[in-house]
Design a binder for this molecule. Structure first.
Ligand code: NAP
Ligand code: MG
Length: 399
């Protein structure tokens, strides 16, 4: 059989623990037999990040900027326990945070839907994609405990020394205080990423915030989105047959619950944090969520939404059988290959990505799945497969 050719390499970012094991099997069983795979490889496994003083993460992100499309395996974000476990020189930062900061991107998360796993919300027929703004607000806030009576003010001193002040509160007793910010530049990037991703995937875009209460802060988000839309996207949206609309977050929540799905819901940082967990659990499983980072200038990084599945990895190391779901990681590969195919004008590569996804879905819909899905499927007596056997079942379907 002739393998499908590629012209531009994918940026491949390898990772940690159980997902690193799945990564190798996915390549060997599902990609390399069919595609003449070209990648620029970066090992983002924690051991190698530590050896390179985390330079490898930055190099990988820069390569992502250069080549345009990356596929990333889940990676450990070190905490104190990991520093000990891996004897780390430092508590290295989250690789995803580092990559996001370099690409200035927005993360889009969407569930993978199969007919025999029903969402908890009966009306949902199509995926709901959450776009979470990944900068500022409460995640970069300054806070204070107020011990007793006193006056709190918001003060801004401009470059020439001129002050702007506004009263926050006259405390007559103890309380709490918080100051947060955002940047027009970051909100603009967020808006561009959302509009271009909506066009790319031909889905309507919703954006919600609380502008009725937050008349300056949230209202600025709303205004920036609207200005950019009117100026740069209104025509192309119309031609593509999709819409953009802004609504109050309370209204958005109510509408989402009654919707059929099939749209992108852009959220401010905190709203996106909370709503993405709600959407993913209501659709069934974190192991069935895809995630793609899209930069405002159209660079893509595909990955699974879940982590490195540490508990399964320790079982794997003990020689025990694991039944880890590889679907989101397979879809990270198919997403990246499809995008590469579109950018390079390689219809065979794009078609292969479709076939790979179709093979995964049809295997599960025929009742063959990993343990996590077997617990929630409507298929009676599903065939539970171990990690590798599931991947092999997909391969059989593909061949
Ligand atoms: P996790 O890897 O997402 O796993 C949490 C639990 O969810 C697992 O123990 C497992 O439950 C279930 N699960 C998740 N993915 C699964 C899959 N593909 N198949 C079957 N079950 C799955 O989260 P974590 O254990 O909290 O984090 C482990 C490491 O991942 C951490 O070091 C963290 O820093 C990292 N992480 C990385 C990313 C990323 O790179 N994007 C994202 C999140 C976390 P059962 O054990 O009950 O089967
Ligand atoms: Mg969260």
């Amino acid at each position: 059989m002739n393998k499908i050719t590629m012209t531009t390499p994918l940026v491949e970012m390898d990772g940690d623990e159980m997902t690193r094991i799945l990564w190798k099997w996915i390549k060997e069983e599902l990609i390399e037999p069919f595609v003449d795979l070209k990648t620029v490889y970066f090992d983002l496994g924690l051991k190698h990040r530590n050896e390179t003083d985390d330079a490898v993460t930055k190099e990988a992100a820069i390569a992502n900027q250069k080549y345009g499309v990356a596929v990333k395996c889940a990676t450990i974000t070190p905490n104190a326990a990991r520093v000990k476990e891996y004897d780390l020189k430092e508590m290295w930062k989250s690789p995803n945070g580092t990559i996001r900061a370099i690409l200035d991107g927005t993360v889009f998360r969407a569930p993978i839907i199969v007919s025999n796993i029903l969402p908890n919300v009966r009306t949902w027929e199509k995926p709901i994609t959450i776009a979470r703004h990944a900068y500022g607000d409460v995640y970069k806030a300054s806070e204070m405990i107020i011990p007793g009576p006193g006056k709190a003010e918001l003060v801004f001193t401009d470059a020439s020394g001129k002050e702007q002040r506004t009263l926050i509160h006259d405390f007559d007793g103890p309380g709490v205080l918080q100051g947060m910010h955002n940047l027009n530049k970051s909100i603009e990037s967020f808006a561009h990423s959302c509009f271009s991703y909506a066009l790319d995937t031909k889905q309507d875009l919703w954006f919600s915030s609380k502008d009725t209460i937050s008349k300056k802060y949230d209202h600025t988000f709303k205004d920036i989105f609207q200005e950019i839309f009117d100026r740069e996207y209104a025509d192309t949206f119309e031609k593509a047959g999709i819409t953009y609309f802004y609504t109050l977050i309370d209204d958005a929540v109510a509408r989402v619950m009654k919707s059929k799905g099939g749209f992108i819901w852009a959220c401010k940082n905190y709203d996106g944090d909370v709503m993405s967990d709600m959407i993913s659990s209501a659709f069934g499983s974190l192991a069935m969520m895809t995630s793609v980072l899209v930069s405002p200038d159209g660079k893509y990084e595909y990955e699974a939404a879940h982590g490195t599945v540490q508990r399964h990895y320790y079982r794997y190391l003990e020689g025990e059988e694991t039944s880890t779901n590889s679907v989101a990681t397979i879809f990270a590969w198919s997403g990246a290959l499809r995008k590469r195919g579109e950018l390079d004008g390689l219809p065979e590569l794009t078609a292969f990505a479709d076939r790979l996804e179709q093979a995964v879905l049809s295997v599960i819909e025929d009742g063959i799945m990993t343990k996590d899905l077997a617990m929630i499927t409507t298929t009676p007596d599903p065939q539970v497969k171990n990690s590798l056997a599931f991947i092999r079942a997909v391969r059989e379907r593909l061949s």
